[in-house]
Write a protein that binds this ligand. Structure first.
Ligand code: SAH
Length: 264
């Protein structure tokens, strides 16, 4: 299929985009509107947006009466956004979100994020006090986040996100709704922070380390990834012959708590 060279968003013809910033602009306003509707944003809320682009989502957030804080790394787009939203309740920050060292207080994050840095963005979002995140991500990536044990997609990322939140799929979006059209389809997901599971973990850093080590060679038995730990695995109710992808989140919590006095 021949790639379209231009697209028109609200009367503005687009011909340029920057691959290194993972720029794929949403071109269908009905999808932007649906994302904002289903996000549950209401008047007066503060909403964080990462990678505002040309502001297609931003404008629906503003229409809802939200106060928007939006990051954009591209100087040209930042200038365009400042102009377009002049006098409105939007604060644009010209910075790489991953390098931002300040604090953010927001009720929600609503974003169509740059797909090449989805994991560091999501990990960073968990550092802030944000109750829910409505994110458009690559379809396969959404599957990994939501995967349950014994499925091919279950990995350390699934465990990391699922101990901290509940994840729901809102809807899927075709690659045709973007300019330039990416090689992948997308899914809009809602991540809602929950504290109950996370609170059971005695030492979060240790939990992260053990989960990462357990999945380091996914196809191998867990005893090969966590050497010399057979006894403690059995104590946590895990057979050393199992593979990490068969082990539910709860068991990883038990294992890391049993280790909390050890120097793992
Ligand atoms: N939300 C817009 C744009 C999506 S494309 C839309 O739906 O159309 C991703 C956007 O993220 C681009 O505008 C890109 O310039 C920006 N971006 C990429 N990396 C970024 C980073 N590290 N910090 C902030 N913005 C970034």
């Amino acid at each position: 299929m021949e790639e379209k060279k231009t697209a028109i968003i609200e009367g503005v013809t687009l011909t340029k985009y920057k691959k290194n910033f993972s720029q794929n602009f949403l071109t269908d306003p009905t999808i932007a509107s649906r994302i904002v509707e289903e996000s549950g944003v209401s008047k007066g809320e503060t909403v964080l947006e990462i990678g505002a682009g040309k502001g297609i989502l931003t404008q629906f957030l503003v229409k809802k009466g939200a106060k928007v804080i939006a990051f954009e790394i591209d100087r040209e787009l930042f200038d365009l956004l400042k102009n377009k939203f002049e006098g409105m309740d939007v604060e644009f920050i010209f910075e790489d979100f991953l390098r931002f060292s300040g604090n953010i207080k927001a009720d929600r994050c609503v974003s169509n994020i740059p797909y090449n840095i989805s994991t560091p963005i999501i990990k960073k979002l968990f550092d802030f006090e944000i109750q829910s995140m409505i994110l458009m991500v690559q379809k396969e990536y959404a599957k990994r986040l939501m995967a349950t044990p014994k499925s091919r997609d279950y990995n350390s990322l699934s465990v990391f996100v699922q101990v901290k939140s509940k994840i729901e799929q809102l809807f899927e979006v075709s690659r045709k709704s973007f300019f330039p059209a990416p090689n992948v389809d997308s899914t809009v997901i809602k991540i809602t922070r929950t504290n109950e599971t996370e609170n059971k973990i005695k030492d979060m850093k240790k939990f992260d380390r053990i989960v990462r080590a357990a999945f380091s060679q996914k196809r191998k038995m867990i005893r090969n990834n966590l050497k010399g730990m057979d006894m403690i695995l059995i104590k946590a109710g895990i057979s050393p012959n199992q593979r990490a992808e068969e082990i539910p989140v709860e068991k990883f919590i038990e294992l890391s708590n049993l280790l909390s006095n050890d120097t793992f």
